[in-house]
Design a protein around this ligand. Sequence first.
Ligand code: ADP
Ligand code: MG
Length: 456
Amino acid sequence: MMRATGDSKPSFPARRPPEPVALDPQQWERILQIVRLQHPTLNRVWFDQMQPRQLTNGVIQVTVATSAQLNFCQSQCQQPFSAAAQQVTGRLVAVSFHCDNLPRGGVFNEGDEPLLLSPDYTFENFVTGPCNRLPHAASVAVAENPGKAYNPLFIHGGVGLGKTHLLQAVCQRVLEKQPDARILYLSCDNFINQFILAIENGDMHQFRYRYRHVDMLVIDDIHFLAGHDRTQEEFFHTFNTLYQQQRQIILSADCPPSEIPELEERLTSRFNWGLVARIEKPCYETRVAILQKKARMRGLVLPEDVVCYVAAKIESNTRELEGAITKLQGMSMLPGANGPGKIDLELAKAALGEIGTAEQRRITMQQIFDAVTKYYNVRLSDLQSKKRHKSIAFPRQVCMFLARRHTRYSLEEIGGYFGGRDHTTVLHGVRTVEADCKNDREIDNQVSHINGQLVG
Ligand code: ADP
Ligand code: MG
């Protein structure tokens, strides 16, 4: 089966371009002292051999010697070390641990660190039903027979329906059977950023080597390739190389390949070469089963009437079902409740009442238009026109984003409110605003402000 051949090229995973600023040794000494004082049970003699480096992004990267030390540090030391580092530097820094001598197999992300998969995201913890039988079966088949069963495997569906869960389950199953398999698992965003970085640093050779010498490549949320022409071009070649060597490729997206906006035709067609499987929203019975499983995983006992109530109340996605359990668990610990983990129907109704009202309190397109036109001082007719100037296009996209968030209209229906724009345009608008809010504080403030007016 798949096996990346070792040759004399740079070893995998490649290191990021160096950003080395040696950490002031005295500061590091003090950090160690504080940890040792405050957490005597954690203290190990080999702490003295740790090698700290200060990265530019507020992270102190500490290299340890062995993978066992790494395990120990990652599971127990991150918080105590970060707290001590904050105390010493007076800044909001975080400590992260690394090791240069790890076994070659494993799951890696875009950096040089092994990726910690969620131990919850396994096949054992995945509940199947009519909504996800095909993607689940395909994932199991791929995990049993990587590179052979379906290549690529393309899983698509709305948010919170279990795509990431399935992707990680495949990785974990493959590694169980083949501990030295090298899996590169990353979000599409990361792939794009790494590509841009590689171009900027003139590192394309290294970049290509990394991505084309793995046993399995998993990219989550591939729809973010939309519009990134040069990254698409590069990904096309990566795809071909891996495919020809029968390395497994797994992709997820929020829509089928043909609906990813601005995606090159040759990629769309390749994404369809293997199996395209859709995850639907879970039906009532599946929601019940998921609730029961999630509760059991947390050692909670949910009475049947509570399970039925929650399953009936929350239909939209599985992530919200999980949120509901967290909320119930939290409420059961408040003073005046029945006690930690004691959850009855009354408590469930009190806890989830709000969700119901938020869903019932329908926000209309008209309200969204009113709030946005007022805030940006634009005319509704402009929003609905074909004008593409940013001063109009952006408020239009904000409307689309808010409509997606607050109404139950489909992308097509929302497009209908804007002079019949098609759903890919709406999707692009929604994503643009999402990304801008993430990256730009000012825009995030604007959108939160308008949103506040709507829900307020
Ligand atoms: P997506 O990547 O599609 O947005 P995730 O994989 O992140 O969704 O799933 C959201 C949450 O719902 C996760 O906690 C996941 O474990 C859970 N989940 C989704 N589908 C299932 C399922 N069929 N069985 C158990 N848990 C599920
Ligand atoms: Mg996901």
